[in-house]
Structure formats: C-alpha cells, structure tokens
Design a protein around this ligand. Structure first.
Ligand code: G6P
Length: 590
C-alpha cells in the first residue's frame, strides 16, 4: 500500500505538481502524508497525520523548487501519526517507501549499536539509516544503492534524496514503480494515473532497477531494453462527472464497460478469448472482491459449462499445498494487478511451469506482465476504494470464458440468443442503476448494527460481494451464509427487525431458500428479497425485482442493486464513501 511520487524538473513549480500527483495516489492509503523538497540547498520535510488536504495547510506553495518526493500512507509498521508519516530522514538520507521490510527489527538492532537513534516505529526509517550507513562506508551512493538489495528482505519502492545532491534516486523490488518522462520533468510514481496530468510517457521499472535523475534519467544496470509506453486511455481521473462520489460515478460507468466487453468478444464468436477446454484443472485466485468473482465463475463454469473449477483466496493459496497436473492452468484476477498475495501466487505458479492467465484492469501492472497471457478489463482507472466496475468487468470476462467452453463443448449450439440479449443489457443495467427504491430500503436499514445476506450457489457468491460492499463502506457488521447454513448457529443473532437480504436468481432451488426466509421471519427478521423470479411469500417484507436474463449475464445484473444499497446506506450514515477507514485500494503488502 502507500503511494510514492518524486519529481525532478528543470522548472521550479515542483511542490504544486508533486502534491497534485499525490492526490491521485491517495486511494493507495490516506492515513497520513508528507513531502520533502529542496529549499535553498537544504532538504525540508513536512508531514502530517490525516488527509493530503491537512498536509497542504502546512505547505508554503510560494517556495520554488525543482526537486521533491512525497508519500501518502496506509500504516503497516507503527500507527498513523506525524512521526511515522514519510518521508523519513537519517544522516544524509531522506526517503519515501512503499512496501514492507521483513527484517527491519534485526537491522534496527544492528544500526542502534552503530549509534543510530530512531524516532518512529517504521521499517522505513530503518532503510534510511541503513542506506546512510552504507554510503558512509562505501563513499559511493550508487554502490550503496546496489548493495541495498543484499541487506533488505521484503518489498520496497523507494524515492530517495541525499543531502548536498540535487539528483532524485529510486530503487524497487516487489512494489510497483514507474518512471514518467516529460519534456521538462521526470517523475517516479507508484502508478501511471498519478502523472497523467503532466505526461502519458512512462517506463515500467523492473525489480532491482536503480534510477538516478539529474539533468536526464539513468537506469542501472540496464537502460537500453526498457520500453517507453504511452498511456492512451481517455478516461478522466479527476472528474466525478457531477456524481457525489467516485463510487457512484463508477457504478454508472458499468453499463458502458460491460456492453463494450460483451460486444467486443461476442462479435467474433469468442475467438479472441483463450481456449480453456484444453485444461482439466482450472484454479482461479484473487483477493477480496476479485476472490468473489472467482466464486461466481466457479458456479458458472460448473453449472453451465460442465467444467470443474476451484476458487482460492490468494493469501491462502500461496501457503497451502497445491496439486497440479500436466493440464492445469491458474487464472489470476486483480483490478490493480499489484496485490502482493496474488502476485506471490503468480510467481510460485510460474516457477512450477504451470500456465497462467491474468484478468487485470491496470495495463502493464506486475500481474499483467508476469502471467503468460492477459485479458484486460478495459474498465478505466477505478478510484473509489470499494470496487464496482472492476468487479463487474471481471465477472463479464469470466462469464464469457465460461460461455466459450459451453459453446466449444456443444452445450450451447449457437451464440445468437446471448448476442441478442446483450443489445438489451445496457438498457437493463441503466434502468437498474436509476431505480430510486434503493434509497427507500436504505432508510429502513441504515441504523441497524448487523445485516445478514443469504443465497444458494451462485446467489451465495453474489451475496458475498453485496455484503462486503455494505460493510466496507458503511461499517455495519454484515455476514453472508449459504441459505441452508444460517440455522447452524448464526440464526441466534436474528432479532426483531434484523435485516436479512436474500438473493434468489438460481431457479432450481427457490423453494428451499424461501423456507429459510420464512425461518428467519419467524424470529423477527426484516426480509429483503432480491430476485428475478416470480415469487411471493408472507415472509417477504420488501422485494427488489430484477429482470431475468441469460444465466451467463445474470450475476452482472444481480450485483447492481446490492452495490447501490451499500452506497445509500453508507451515504445515510455520513460515511467517507470513496475512502473508507482502514482500507486502501491497492494492497501491496501481505
Ligand atoms: C482491496 C480492495 C478491493 C479489492 C482487493 C483485491 O481490498 O479494496 O476492492 O477487491 O484489494 O485487489 P485487486 O487489485 O487485486 O483486485
């Protein structure tokens, strides 16, 4: 987590530019921030707990400088306060860090013996001291930076300034870092969107690269092979397009994104998607919502494509014993393409020689680059921490992959009916998004302490995401259960008025779920039923009726009301919807 930015320019307006870029990185962490810049040959550091706007209040924007580094933090080592905020300074070194150093405690003890005194609880201050010590020993900054990788265990992207040196330095290992190239300025940044206000030209840095920027840039040990990319997306970053929150804007972008993906791949009868029928074992791996898409895919692949699939949480997959055969493939799902646990799994799978496919949003991200094959979500940058459009884009690609298998196996004889359906899908989605009844339901439930979700099979997988959306942005406790499982313990939590949201779209087991709804009603639950079926029961308190569409497209439709319900519940509670507490969008630590 955390976002870092550094600028070296021939102009003197770097403070303003650095803070502007930092705002674009705020989604990576937002509990504190800081900046270091060259102020009349001296490095000045300003840091502050809270949002970047709190930091900006302390900054003299009239100060002219051509060199700065800055950081926005999601606390890992040490709580969020002014002292633990980056940049950290020790001796002649000032630096910002994204990543986590696993041997920081051992290094700290060694450095304390050498009379380094630490003010913060962070691993980053240890890197600053270590680098200072190494420069003192080698009398050569580049040599010390090269040696750093032999001492540090863990992940890091570092932006570094040295006293009495007007160059900007950077190194990276297992944390993302790009080098942005403009006519008058060079940037180092955690991601590409951070610099897009100034340039769309960038180089993706590789592990163990060392960058020095003075009047131009130098990448050691190898510069020649680094490709210069041009970011060409037309998505606006800053603009909420009149919506109150990025989350609402991104929910509203879904019809366009989904329609684009469906038409793009169905146009050529799915020929542009990989052939998965050659594999007998398909593992799908992701974290958070990406894991939820894997669960949805599992039910689609199994139920409608007769293909066994296993879905795994990446942080478990990387440590469990995995069994592969000569025809296994692992599919990795990630919006950011940088999630540490997912990336670690990619590397393990590669080492074992197992084919890998990435389904990723961020172009040129680590997971996209390191997998054998990649399908991009083409959803544009997602700013709200709670994912919506990336989730549905992931589901869309996975549904198309399942559909392709089904078609190849002859379970579906032609694609005409689904092609016909997609003409209406955009309208259906727009209609669902514009339904104002979610506000009415939100008003009924927003003051509750606990909200439960139930569903069976694919409905359970979708409900998990609905519940996650609700809890992450509204801070209301929420749990999801397979509908038949609730009675094995958790039903004891149901009391008068407890909201239970049931998802019923899978038409083979409607009655069983209705019985479960009746069971909770008997214990006082307030039942909200999200369904595409024509069903009624005295136990239903509120029905959200959604249209019936092709089974492969159904999960995309069904999640929309749950996204909006979560949104309005959070809004009624006055929550910071785009930046919920304790979270970050890109989770680059284990
Ligand atoms: C964080 C985000 C989630 C996301 C998860 C996985 O927890 O808040 O929205 O689903 O990370 O991230 P990825 O970028 O790999 O999809």
């Amino acid at each position: 987590m955390c976002g870092i930015i550094g600028i070296k320019s021939s102009d003197n307006d770097v403070i303003k530019k650095t803070l502007n870029c930092l705002h674009h990185l705020e989604y990576r962490g937002y509990d504190s921030s800081g900046i270091a810049y060259l102020d009349h040959d001296k490095i000045k550091i300003i840091k502050k707990k809270g949002r970047i706007s709190d930091l900006e209040e302390k900054i003299d924007f009239s100060c002219e400088t051509n060199l700065a580094i800055a950081h926005t933090r999601w606390a890992t080592n040490g709580k969020a306060n002014d002292t633990n905020a980056h940049p950290h300074h020790m001796g002649q070194v000032t630096l910002v860090h994204n990543g986590i150093i696993e041997n920081a405690a051992i290094l700290k003890k060694e450095l304390e013996k050498k009379n380094y005194h630490f003010k913060s609880d962070t691993d980053t201050e240890v890197i600053a001291a270590l680098l200072d010590d190494m420069v003192n020993q080698t009398h050569d900054k580049m040599e010390a930076l090269k040696e750093l990788k032999t001492k540090l265990v863990g992940s890091y992207a570092l932006g570094i300034l040295f006293d009495n040196d007007d160059a900007l330095y950077a190194v990276k290992k297992d944390s993302p870092l790009i080098l942005g190239l403009d006519t008058n300025s060079y940037f180092i940044a955690s991601d590409v969107p951070a610099i897009l206000d100034y340039t769309n030209k960038y180089i993706v840095l590789e592990d163990n690269d060392i960058v020095k920027i003075d009047t131009t840039y130098h990448i050691y040990p190898e510069q020649a092979s680094r490709k210069i990319h041009h970011f060409t997306s037309s998505y606006s970053l800053d603009d909420k397009d009149g919506f109150a929150h990025y989350m609402l804007k991104e929910i509203n972008e879904q019809p366009g994104i989904i329609y684009h993906l469906l038409s793009k791949y169905l146009k050529n009868d799915l020929i542009d998607l990989p052939d998965l029928t050659i594999y007998q074992q398909i593992d799908i791996v992701g974290c958070g919502s990406a894991y939820h898409t894997a669960l949805v895919a599992k039910t689609l692949f199994e139920e409608y494509s007769d293909t066994k699939v296993s879905a795994y949480v990446a942080s478990e997959y990387r440590y469990q014993k995995n069994f592969y055969s000569s025809n296994s493939i692992v599919i990795f799902i990630s919006q950011s393409g940088e999630t540490a646990d997912t990336l670690a799994c990619v590397r393990q799978v590669k080492e074992k020689g197992i084919p890998s496919l990435a389904i990723v949003n961020t172009i040129s991200s680590s997971i996209a680059r390191e997998c054998d094959n990649v399908i991009y979500l083409e959803a544009g940058p997602e700013i709200a921490v709670a994912t919506t459009k990336a989730y549905t884009a992931q589901i869309t690609i996975l549904s198309l992959l399942a559909l392709k298998i089904s078609y190849q196996k002859g379970l579906i004889t032609n694609l005409d009916s689904i092609k016909k359906d997609i003409r209406h899908i955009k309208e259906v989605l727009i209609h669902l998004i514009n339904d104002i009844n979610y506000i009415k339901i939100a008003k009924k439930i927003y003051q509750r302490r606990d909200i439960f979700f139930i569903g069976r099979l694919i409905d359970y997988a979708i409900a998990l995401e609905g519940s996650l959306k609700l809890k992450e942005i509204s801070y209301i406790h929420s749990e999801t259960y397979p509908a038949g499982e609730l009675k094995h313990g958790t039903i004891s939590l149901i009391e008068d008025g407890s909201p239970v949201i049931s998802v019923i779209t899978y038409d083979k087991i409607i009655d069983k779920t209705i019985s479960n709804i009746e069971e909770v009603k008997a214990r006082g639950a307030y039942n909200i039923v999200l369904t595409n079926q024509n069903i009624t029961s005295k136990a239903f308190d509120y029905v959200i009726q959604i249209p019936k569409v092709n089974a492969f497209l159904n999960p995309i439709i069904t999640i929309i009301p749950l996204q909006l319900l979560a949104y309005y519940v959070a809004r009624l509670n006055g929550c910071d919807i785009d930046k919920p507490r304790n979270l970050a969008k890109s989770v680059t630590v284990e």
